[in-house]
Structures are given as C-alpha cells and as structure tokens.
Design a protein around this ligand. Structure first.
Ligand SMILES: Nc1ncnc2c1ncn2[C@@H]1O[C@H](COP(=O)(O)OP(=O)(O)OP(=O)(O)O)[C@@H](O)[C@H]1O
Length: 311
C-alpha cells in the first residue's frame, strides 16, 4: 500500500506537485496518468525518497522510504531502464545489486528466469535492445521480492509485443497481491493495463477512480438510435426533454445525450416507432482523458498534441 498525503513539490514559484492525496492499493494495477509535465515522475521520486517534498508525506506500508530497513525487500522501482553498466552482463549486474542489498545470489537466477532472460544472462547488457533492458530493469526490481512496485512509463519506446509482455507481467504481479503503480501519459495504454486510475494535471489530482468510472464520467452517456421514422422519433424524444443530435454519418439515426438505452427504447415503444438499432455509445478513451485534463495541460494551441510527448 502506498499512501500519499498532501504531497507537494515546489521549484521556485512553480508547483510540480500540488497537494496530492491518494492511496495505491495492493492486488490491482493502478495507473498514474497525466500529460507530459503533469508531475508523475516527481511524485514517484518523492515516494522513493529521491526528492524531498516541500510539504506532505508519502509512505510505503506505513513508512517513509528512508525509514525502510532493506528497502529493496519492500519496494521495487523502475525509473530508467538504461542505467546498467554497458560492459556488465545481465547476471553480474544483478549479482552486484543483490550482494549490496543482502539478497542471496540464487535469487538472481530466479528473477532472470521470471523475466525470460536466462538465455542471455551472460551477454553484455550494453548490447541489449530496449525491450531486453526493460526486462533486466524489471528483474532488478524483483530481486528483493517486494510487495510494492513502481514503474515510470515502462512501455515508452517498446514495440507492440514488448508492450503486451510488460502489461501482462504487471498484471501478474498485481494478481500475486502486490501493489503496482505504473505511470503513463497514454490513457489508451492504461485502460488496457490498469484497473484503477489516479489522474493528475499540473501537479493536481483530477480523478481517483476505476477506469470504467473515469470514462463514463468524462464522456457522458450517449445513446445511438436508428429508425426509418426519424422525424417522429426526434419529436418524441425532444418532447420528453431529451437532447438530440444528428449523428453525422448520413444514416437515419440520432444521438441522444445523457440518457440510457432503456429510456430511449421505452419512448420509441410508447410512440410505436420502429427501431433498427439501439446502442450505448462509449466515447473514446483519449477524448475522455483530454476532456478531464484539458484545462490542466500546460500548453494549448493548434496542432499541439499532448500525446506526442517530449520523452
Ligand atoms: N529539478 C527540477 N527543477 C525545476 N523544475 C522541475 C524539475 N523537475 C521537474 N520540474 C518541472 O516539474 C513539472 C513536472 O515534471 P515531471 O517530470 O514530474 O512530470 P511528468 O508528469 O513525469 O512528465 P513527463 O511525462 O514529461 O516525464 C514540469 O513542469 C517540470 O518541468
């Protein structure tokens, strides 16, 4: 369990992290989502005792990171995959880490096996692809068999296969009962990986909800209905006070805002209107994300793409 309370980091007049309060619970993957520059890395660094908060606290199983005895046995963190000494082999890198943290050497071969690097354990890490480096980084986080894991943008730059592998791996770690916090600036990725979301923008908390609730809240419920009696339907719906839009596809269908398929179906039936299609519309995830974080993105403007990233 990670508990963040009133966490704040100011750099001069700017607050990179502004009074954040949230919990990250064990047993599920929690996505830590926000546009570039929202303050995700700074928050994670404070949880890990690498940056000192201006105000507030962050604890791991009730203790500050700096108070943990043998921290690797409580927390594993992957912040930057390319920090391995290029001339060291994967195995010797992990052995060195294990030795300096009181972890038995045999654990090294176990974690290499877990991440599928056994076959290349003796190869120099400098020659590893990004995907392999990420796996080696993961192996390192698991050395102490920690209950709590933090990953900062772990899939950045990976190919689809690598992304899928990391995603499944994180879900497995959570299913084992661990606390898994993973940051990303891409909602579409998080929606497939995480069950819960902590969303921040400009250092502030925007949402702390399940993925499903987040999308519902941001997109608003919309129902699509297709009928050969378009005008009669439109009149029936608007007379009930519903907001109706053309769906813009050229089909004889309407979009009804802020209601359910049940309600629209009942109105159609009551008015003896033939219905060819009746469906709840899910807004796209990215739309939902943009809507909620829109006001908090630092730079607006034509063509500026918060998904493009500057990483
Ligand atoms: N050492 C520092 N000195 C001054 N400003 C900083 C420092 N570190 C971070 N910032 C600023 O704090 C804000 C948050 O940065 P942070 O790296 O935590 O965001 P992020 O959400 O992780 O973004 P990204 O996805 O781009 O890594 C940014 O505006 C950044 O410029």
């Amino acid at each position: 369990m990670i508990q963040v309370r009133g966490l704040t980091k100011a750099y001069g007049p700017t607050k990179a992290v502004d009074n954040l309060t949230f919990d990250v619970r064990p047993g599920i993957v929690t996505g830590f989502l926000g546009p570039n520059g929202a303050g995700k890395s700074t928050t994670m660094r404070m949880i890990l005792g690498l940056d000192r908060p201006t105000a507030g606290t962050a604890t791991i199983n009730g203790k500050k990171y700096t108070e943990l005895h043998q921290p690797l046995q409580h927390v594993g963190a992957l912040l930057d995959a390319k920090w391995v000494h290029p001339n060291r082999s994967a195995r010797s890198h992990l052995r060195w880490m294990a030795a300096s943290n009181g972890i038995p050497t045999k654990r090294v071969d176990e974690v290499l096996e877990l991440v599928g690097l056994t076959a290349v354990a003796k190869k120099k890490a400098g020659g590893f692809s990004l995907g392999m480096s990420q796996r080696l980084g993961l192996a390192a986080t698991l050395l102490g068999d920690p209950e709590v894991l933090l990953f900062d943008e772990p899939v950045n730059g990976l190919d689809p296969e690598g992304i899928r592998w990391i995603r499944l791996f994180m879900q497995r770690l959570a299913a084992e009962g661990r606390t898994v916090m993973v940051s990303s600036h891409m909602l579409s990725e998080m929606a497939q990986t995480a069950e819960h979301l902590i969303v921040i923008g400009k250092g502030q908390l925007i949402a702390d909800t399940s993925v499903q609730e987040f999308v519902d809240r941001a997109s608003g419920a919309t129902v699509k209905i297709r009928t050969p009696q378009l005008d009669t339907l439109r009149t029936a719906l608007t007379s009930q006070g519903l907001t109706v839009r053309e769906d813009g596809t050229g089909e004889s269908s309407l979009l009804v805002v802020g209601t359910t398929t049940d309600a629209v179906g009942e109105i159609a039936a009551a008015n003896r209107i033939t219905v060819h299609e009746l469906a709840a519309q899910r807004g796209s995830l990215e739309e939902a994300f943009m809507k909620l974080t829109g006001d908090s993105v630092e730079y607006h403007g034509a063509g500026f793409n918060t998904e493009g990233g500057n990483n």
